[in-house]
Design a protein around this ligand. Structure first.
Ligand code: HEM
Length: 255
């Protein structure tokens, strides 16, 4: 190891982040993971097999990265967007034509949103086919379902914000569908729109859900989700996941 590397590792700043000195023993590796915030996504001890690309396809990680892209690009767009029916459409136009990197950031935001819905769904399928919804991960499965609903909620609320014809009619149709739900249907529609029709109040409500409420809920749930992955371990690494072949007695009697 180089002297500069040693000096960096010995510095107070480095040791404040990486608290355990790295020793290449099972205990040393466990301590390094256990005490490091950035290594939290996986449990302290992980079987090599669970970390292989084929086990998770990194779909959960990809969902988290896309969510990060959405937060950063969304924050940039917020500087130039006012959620009012007189400004919203023209602000979007200005973002596309006059704001530095505006069109690029808007496209990144839109594509990351579409991709996140797809990737979260594929992650859920992967988890399902690995049987990772079973005990002891059933709680994390429920947290995952809430994450999926939150992701869909972000997509839906974001759709209205450009305030163009597509946005207006998509949300008119979407909220009309909501009104057919038994018992609460009409009240749910009124609560979403704040008025009988899609208008200024609906735009403000959707904006508040899109940029404050839902991201806050998702960040919190994601913290719980990753904490549970860390505590429960990855399904593909435990005894149940290891059993790729049927138990010996079964295959023997079948033969
Ligand atoms: C915002 C959306 C989500 C993010 C960012 C996310 C993130 C992650 C990450 C990083 C992992 C670690 C393993 C991996 O990369 O696959 C994971 C595992 C897991 N996720 Fe998600 N997830 C999301 C949505 C969901 C959904 C929709 C479900 C199910 C309904 C779900 C259920 C689970 C379960 C049960 C595990 C443990 C898997 C195992 O032990 O093999 N997650 N998630």
């Amino acid at each position: 190891m180089s002297k500069t590397g040693d000096r960096v590792r010995a510095s107070a700043a480095w040791r404040s982040v990486f608290r355990a000195p790295h020793t290449d023993t099972p205990r040393g590796r466990a301590m390094a993971t256990f005490q490091n915030f950035f290594l939290h996504v996986y449990p302290v001890k992980v079987p090599r097999r669970a970390l292989s690309f084929r086990s998770t396809l990194r779909l959960g990680f990809a969902s988290a990265v896309l969510f990060g892209v959405l937060l950063v690009s969304g924050l940039y767009l917020m500087f130039f967007y006012v959620p009012s029916i007189t400004d919203a459409y023209f602000d979007m136009h200005e973002i596309a034509t006059a704001v530095a990197f505006g069109q690029f950031v808007r496209n990144a935001h839109r594509w990351a949103a579409h991709l996140m819905v797809l990737v979260v769904f594929l992650h859920m399928l992967r988890v399902f086919y690995a049987g990772a919804y079973k005990s002891p991960r059933q709680f994390n499965w429920v947290v995952g379902v809430l994450l999926l609903l939150g992701t869909l909620g972000l997509s839906f609320t974001g759709y209205l914000l450009p305030w163009d014809q597509l946005a207006f009619w998509a949300v008119t149709v979407g909220t009309n569908i909501a009104s057919y739900a038994p018992f609460l249907g009409e009240s749910a529609r009124r609560a979403l729109l704040g008025a009988p029709e899609v208008g200024g109040k609906a735009l403000l409500r959707f904006y508040v859900f899109h940029v404050y409420a839902l991201p806050a809920v998702l960040v919190t749930l994601l913290g719980v989700h990753i904490w549970r992955v860390r505590k429960d371990g990855l399904a593909s690494g435990d005894a149940q996941g290891e059993r790729a072949e049927p138990p010996q007695e079964v295959s023997a009697s079948a033969g």
